[in-house]
Write a protein that binds this ligand. Structure first.
Ligand SMILES: Nc1ncnc2c1ncn2[C@@H]1O[C@H](COP(=O)(O)OP(=O)(O)OP(=O)(O)O)[C@@H](O)[C@H]1O
Length: 249
C-alpha cells in the first residue's frame, strides 16, 4: 500500500490526571475511510482535535506526508490540506448555501482577505464553491438560505464547506448524527465518492453505517486502541465484542 498521508505515533493527551487518549498510532490513506469507534468518552473527539491541531498533544507525534506537524497550529494544518467537520452545526443560517461554501473556499486561498483582488478571487472561490456543492449533491439548493435546509442537508453542506477548502485529509466528527435512513444513505454515498481523492477519518456512533462504509476500523476504549483492522476482522474480534459491540452484534 502507498505511504500514509497522515499518521500519528503514540499520540497521547492528558487532561490533568485523566489520560483521554493514550498512545494512539494510526494511519490515514487516500482511498480509505478509516473509522474510529468507541463508547462515549473513549477519546475519539480528543484524537480528532489533536490531528486537526485544535489542541496540542501531551506526547507522541503526527506526520503529514514528510512533515512532522506535531507543533503546527491549526490554521497551518488547514492550509496544508487537513480539513475537519464538527459535531455541532457550523453554518451561517442567514447566508445562502452558496455563500456559506464560497466563504470557506475564499478563506482557503492565499491572502484570502486581500480585498483589492476581490473581483477575480470572487470568481475563483465561486467556481470552487459550486464544484464542492455539486459533488455534495447540493447544486439545486445553492440559492436557498442555509438555515432552511433539512438536518441532513445542513450536514452535507458542512462537508461541502470543508471540501471547498481543498483538503486532502477529511476528519469527520459524527457526520451522521441525527440523520434518518435516507439522509444517511445520501451521506454515505458522498463519503464513498470523496474517499477516491481524500484520506477520510470517520468518528461515528452509527455502527451499521460504519460497517457499510469503512475500509478500516479502529476501536478505542478508555483512550486506548484495543483493535484496528478491516471490518470483517473487527466484527469477529472477541475483545471488541466484549468491550464495545456487545455479544452477538
Ligand atoms: N477539555 C477537556 N478537559 C477535561 N477533560 C476533557 C476535555 N475534553 C475531553 N475530556 C475528557 O476526555 C475523555 C474523552 O473525551 P472525548 O470527548 O474525546 O470522547 P469521545 O470518544 O469523543 O466521546 P463521545 O463519543 O461522547 O463524543 C472524557 O472523559 C472527557 O470527559
Amino acid at each position: 500500500m502507498a505511504e500514509a498521508l497522515l499518521r500519528s505515533n503514540l499520540l497521547t493527551r492528558r487532561f490533568g490526571g485523566l489520560t483521554a487518549v493514550n498512545g494512539v498510532s494510526l494511519e490515514l490513506h487516500v482511498g480509505e475511510v478509516h473509522a474510529v469507534i468507541g463508547t462515549n468518552g473513549a477519546g475519539k473527539s480528543t484524537l480528532i482535535n489533536m490531528l486537526s491541531g485544535e489542541i496540542p498533544a501531551s506526547s507522541g507525534s503526527i506526520h503529514f506526508e514528510d512533515h512532522d506537524i506535531t507543533d503546527w497550529p491549526q490554521p497551518k494544518r488547514a492550509r496544508a490540506g487537513i480539513g475537519r467537520s464538527y459535531q455541532r452545526t457550523t453554518i451561517f443560517p442567514e447566508f445562502t448555501v452558496l455563500e456559506n461554501c464560497r466563504l470557506c473556499a475564499q478563506a482557503a486561498l492565499p491572502r484570502a482577505w486581500a480585498v483589492w483582488e476581490s473581483a477575480q478571487r470572487c470568481a475563483q472561490s465561486l467556481a470552487v464553491a459550486r464544484e464542492a456543492l455539486a459533488a455534495a449533491g447540493l447544486a439545486d439548493v445553492a440559492q436557498r438560505h442555509a438555515g432552511t435546509l433539512s438536518h441532513g442537508g445542513k450536514r452535507q453542506l458542512e462537508i461541502a464547506m470543508c471540501t471547498a477548502t481543498k483538503p486532502r485529509v477529511l476528519l469527520l466528527d459524527e457526520p451522521l448524527a441525527g440523520m434518518g435512513a435516507e439522509e444517511t444513505d445520501r451521506m454515505l454515498a458522498l463519503l464513498a465518492s470523496l474517499k477516491a481523492t481524500h484520506a477520510v477519518l470517520l468518528v461515528e456512533h452509527d455502527m451499521d453505517a460504519v460497517f457499510r462504509i469503512a475500509d478500516r476500523i479502529t476501536v478505542m476504549v478508555n483512550g486506548e486502541v484495543i483493535a484496528s483492522d478491516v471490518p470483517a476482522a473487527i466484527r469477529s474480534n472477541r475483545d471488541v465484542q466484549t468491550a464495545y459491540l456487545g455479544e452477538g452484534h
